[in-house]
Design a protein around this ligand. Structure first.
Ligand SMILES: [Zn+2]
Ligand SMILES: [Zn+2]
Length: 211
């Protein structure tokens, strides 16, 4: 599995493209907002002769779903996400307006993701881990064979996701991280929804929010 990272939109969301041995790919959190960013994504897919197969969302906060409409229109693929975040889709137009962002529609969930689901595409093998707390339907994607975790906005380098938004809860987030993510092998690399990558071992030993 190859990982291509894009950083998109004013919130600097990490959008990950996972590529398998057949040049098929899975997109995690389509954050592309304006036409420049959307073209950057589609050009990369085209120039590298990739075939996009699935679009996964770690959660449905607006910064992680800006590109879902573009991706649906371009590739005919609807996003997959946890049902508990579905209410956030209705919040999208107002949230975007509040942030002064000119984007007022997004795409409904095409397939619900559940805890322990497995997603396989060639040599890409992901396990869905329901990691609520930042949002009720937050999920992380764990790639056992590649020793990596896509943690969305649950766990960051030296930090954790905010829990003051609707449906957020710190005790729930802490439990998701400590009980689920910290039980993964300690050499697991963590690719978060914002900022640089880290590892389970580093966060276990250094994250000040989880003492
Ligand atoms: Zn978020
Ligand atoms: Zn975010």
């Amino acid at each position: 599995m190859q990982i291509k990272l894009f950083s998109f939109n004013p919130f600097q969301v990490n959008t990950y493209l996972l590529i398998n041995e057949y040049r098929e790919c899975i997109l995690i959190d389509a954050g592309c907002l304006d036409s420049y960013e959307c073209t950057k994504l589609s050009s990369y897919i085209k120039e590298n002769k990739l075939s996009l197969k699935r679009v996964l969302n770690t959660h449905l906060h607006l910064d992680h779903i800006f590109g879902n409409k573009f991706v649906f229109e371009e590739y005919g693929i609807k996003p997959e996400a946890h049902k508990a975040d579905e209410f956030l889709i209705n919040r999208f137009p107002l949230m975007a307006k509040n942030f002064g962002i000119n984007s007022n529609t997004t795409i409904e969930i095409g397939n619900y993701l559940n805890d322990n689901d497995t997603i396989t595409l060639g040599n890409i093998k992901l396990t869905v881990l329901h990691t609520p707390g930042h949002s009720p339907g937050g999920v992380s994607f764990y790639a056992d064979d590649d020793h990596c975790l896509f943690s969305g906005d649950s766990l960051f380098l030296g930090s954790v996701g905010r829990t003051d938004l609707e449906g957020g809860d710190f005790a729930t987030l802490k439990s998701s991280i400590v009980n689920k993510l910290f039980s993964l092998p300690k050499n697991t690399l963590v690719f978060p929804g914002h900022g640089p990558k880290t590892s389970i071992d580093f966060e276990k030993n250094n994250n000040p929010y989880l003492r």
